[in-house]
Ligand binder design. Structure first.
Ligand code: GLN
Length: 188
């Protein structure tokens, strides 16, 4: 198994370290040519969605990544990655727009910009969740399964081959969410 990690900006190293720890090979996606590599899944990391979105367009990678995900490539977006994948972003235009969710950016406000807590993740049990100027999911379409809530807001969800979290599992010791994503790849 080999996973491509979008490495334009943000927390891509942390995802790669996590995959290393789980014995999964990964590589960095920095330019269009990197998309020619064989990959079983793609991770879109946290960072700044506006910057990543612009780079994806400037480097002419957005359409190809979008098509790969639409055609079934397992994709995992954390935080800014969630925003990139959302079909709708409150008050802003969408980027890859692959997943039937509405995201609200910086949704927890400035005071609560960053915080850590524990939440139930799907049927997998309680996990630590770290939020950094996080979005939340305001609405989900029919095919979307809610996997986690924080303060009543949706913070993790899955639609077929797509998984998103508003929090950063790559920054915590716990491996539940990455293992869940690897499970999705094995299913695919
Ligand atoms: N606030 C960032 C954005 O809107 C997301 C923050 C993060 O990825 N930690 O892109």
């Amino acid at each position: 198994m080999r996973i491509g990690v979008l490495a334009l900006q943000g927390a891509f190293t942390e995802h790669r370290r996590k995959l290393d720890g789980l014995g999964v090979r990964s590589f960095e996606i920095r330019r269009k040519k990197d998309l020619e590599n064989q990959m079983d899944g793609i991770i879109l990391p946290g960072g700044e969605s506006t910057v990543m979105g612009k780079l994806l367009r400037d480097l002419e990678m957005a359409d190809q990544i979008r098509n790969m995900i639409i055609n079934g490539l397992p994709a995992f977006g954390t935080c800014a990655g969630l925003i990139l994948m959302a079909q709708r972003i409150k008050g802003e235009s969408a980027y890859l727009a692959t997943m039937d969710i509405t995201a609200r950016r910086n949704a927890y406000g400035r005071q609560l910009g960053s915080f850590r807590t524990e939440e139930q993740f799907g049927e997998e049990g309680k996990i630590p969740v770290t939020f950094i100027r996080a979005p939340y999911i305001e609405e989900t379409g029919n095919g979307v399964k809610v996997l986690a809530l924080s303060g009543g807001k949706i913070t993790a969800a899955r639609q077929d081959n797509q998984l998103v979290t508003a929090f950063h599992p790559e920054l915590d010791e716990d491996n539940t969410v990455h293992r869940y994503f690897l499970g999705m790849i094995k299913e695919a």
